[in-house]
Design a protein around this ligand. Structure first.
Ligand SMILES: [Ca+2]
Length: 333
């Protein structure tokens, strides 16, 4: 089977960066091909998202993957949107001056990111994997414009939603979904390709064991350019939180699931998922219909936290530049 050819759809937070860095290493090793990066609004506005992605590409020394600016706003609401303050105003902990920009030469300013999605998916029928780790606005707009896009993807991997009704913005809603629930509704109803979902509960205790102490004092002490970039970003995000606080890094989990599903996924469930669009308490919560005869997603319900930790070490292990993640994990066993 050919290697995954990936469109990376992102809202530019710190865990988006971890996911991108993991996939970039696999890209350099020709285990995957990152075809394009399309930014959206979510953790921060879409322009900061583009900047954060360029900062991440810069630290990886990557200049050849084009970056596109996608939708600046959600499907329905222009003014009633709230970014994720957890990542600071700029999505990267407000560590840098707004004028201290990274190398932005990878940004293609000629084409809207939604048009990029449509063009690439139509040009490569059945070949592309959509890796979506922000609100689903871009792909929802692409599906709304051209419904055949729904049938032309090879696979979609989504970080978002929930399967136990646990939220991180409201008691019942996860951020990516609540930021643009209508987009999630469109995607869940229209996509026709195999779709894997990494929901919020899978990324936090008790299902995921990672905490800020491990990130800061174990992973964080490795001397590597990736950590020179992300340590200050995450120190800023976590500065008021105890060491025992969860370190979710949800988008990184999605990247590990893409690269090494057989090694990192412990349990999953094929199920028909929908999103609540109304409800005075539950807007944005996912609803799983286990009575439905058909399923539209593969929900990852538990990962192996120790294997995920090794995936993150692989990203910053300079001795593993020519070792694939699969080989790295098998050697560690
Ligand atoms: Ca994200």
């Amino acid at each position: 089977m050919s290697i995954p050819r990936i469109i990376f759809d992102t809202d530019g937070g710190y865990d988006d960066a971890w996911a991108l860095l993991m996939l970039l290493k696999a890209h350099r090793q020709k285990c995957v091909e990152l075809v394009a990066i399309v930014c959206c609004s979510g953790n921060t506005d879409v322009d900061n998202s583009v900047i954060n992605i360029c900062r991440t590409l810069e630290v990886a020394g990557e200049k050849s993957i084009p970056v596109y600016r996608g939708a600046p706003d959600t499907i329905l609401f222009v003014v009633d949107r709230k970014h994720d303050n957890f990542n600071g105003k700029d999505g990267f902990g407000d560590v840098w001056s707004p004028t201290k920009l990274p190398d932005m030469t990878a940004v293609n300013r000629e084409e809207h990111g939604v048009n990029t999605l449509i063009r690439l998916i139509k040009q490569n029928p059945g070949e592309l994997t959509l890796f979506a780790v922000g609100p689903l606005t871009n792909i929802a707009l692409a599906l709304r414009l051209y419904e055949d896009v729904a049938e032309l993807l090879r696979e979609t991997i989504i970080m978002g939603g929930n399967f136990q009704g646990i939220g991180n913005v409201t008691p019942s809603a996860e951020f990516n979904t609540l930021y643009d629930p209508e987009a999630t509704d469109i995607v869940l109803k229209m996509l026709k390709c195999p779709t894997t979902v990494i929901p919020w509960e899978t990324c936090i205790p008790p299902l995921s064991k990672l905490n800020w102490d491990w990130r800061k004092n174990v992973l964080g002490i490795v001397d590597h350019p990736v950590l020179h970039l992300l340590n200050p970003v995450e120190e800023s995000n976590y500065k008021n939180l105890p060491l025992s606080y969860k370190w979710a890094c949800a988008d990184g989990i999605a990247a590990a699931v893409l690269l090494v599903p057989d090694l990192v996924v412990k349990t999953s469930e094929n199920v028909y998922a929908s999103v609540e669009l109304n409800g005075s308490l539950t807007r944005g919560q996912w609803v799983l219909n286990r009575r439905n005869k058909t399923q539209n997603v593969k929900m990852i319900t538990e990962i192996d936290s120790e294997t995920y930790k090794k995936c993150l070490f692989w990203v910053v292990d300079k001795t593993a530049e020519n070792t694939s993640l699969v080989d790295y994990l098998r050697a560690e066993c």
